[in-house]
Ligand binder design. Structure first.
Ligand code: ZN
Length: 246
């Protein structure tokens, strides 16, 4: 009986955490007190206003020695450029993959050095994560990254100030285009989510650096094929922003 009660309490507790987590996630994404101001200032980007049927495919957490080459082959087959948010650690581990991304005209963004939880971390720590990764990417590609995507989408006033001073832009993603592809989701479910929610100017978030990355790569093959038929084109994030309505 005691055991049963305990189990029930634990379940309630876990459910509670889940809903709190969900609401915080939604809150920080859509209703951050400063989100709209930051978007207007173009220091944070979540989508681009355009009538042109153009979107950006973005991939986080790589490069990964298994998933990334498969994904790069698929992008090459379709002649589609994407934007990769790489971590410094993985870039050091697999430099040839970062070089291949650059050679094949993909854009490379900064996704921190070690993918930490930035909550309660000092500005010095955060700045070090950003600068160290910029240096690694520059050394491998000869290009300075423009975009920073904070791990887990962490945002704070301090972080925005830091990014502003580094003359970078925080690349978020379009809320409707988070298929949670990393969560052991099948390729067809990932593709269905993206295709069903597609609208011009969206920034689609996917993950090549997660264990489910081969499903993601397979989904990308379908996404590009089906959306191309609908008249969509795929641009790097920089080019998508340049294509925005003036
Ligand atoms: Zn990440």
């Amino acid at each position: 009986m005691i055991f049963l009660l305990k189990k029930k309490t634990v379940n309630l507790f876990v459910t509670g955490i889940f809903f709190v987590g969900l609401s915080i996630g939604t809150y920080s994404f859509a209703l951050h007190p400063n989100m709209n101001k930051w978007k207007n200032e173009q220091i944070v980007v979540t989508e681009v206003k355009t009538d042109r049927k153009a979107v950006a495919l973005t991939f986080d957490d790589g490069p990964d020695p298994t998933n990334t080459p498969v994904l790069l082959d698929i992008l090459k087959k379709h002649n589609v450029p994407a934007t990769f948010f790489v971590t410094g650690i993985h870039s050091q581990e697999y430099p040839a993959l970062v070089q291949r991304m650059a050679l094949e005209d993909h854009e490379i963004g900064n996704h921190s050095y070690s993918h930490p939880d930035f909550n309660h971390k000092s500005n010095k720590f955060i700045l070090n994560e950003i600068r160290k990764t910029n240096k690694i990417i520059y050394k491998l590609t000869g290009k300075q990254p423009v975009f920073f995507r904070p791990p887990g989408g962490y945002l704070s006033f301090d972080m925005v100030d830091l990014i502003r001073k580094e003359e970078m832009i925080i690349a978020y993603w379009t809320y409707q285009q988070d298929s949670k592809d990393w969560a052991n989701t099948s390729a067809s479910r990932i593709a269905d989510h993206v295709i069903k929610n597609i609208k011009p100017g969206q920034i689609i978030i996917l993950h090549d650096g997660c264990p489910n990355g081969l499903q993601t790569a397979k989904a990308v093959d379908t996404i590009i094929a089906k959306l191309s038929i609908q008249g969509y084109e795929f641009l790097t994030l920089s080019d998508l922003i340049k294509s925005a309505d003036k």
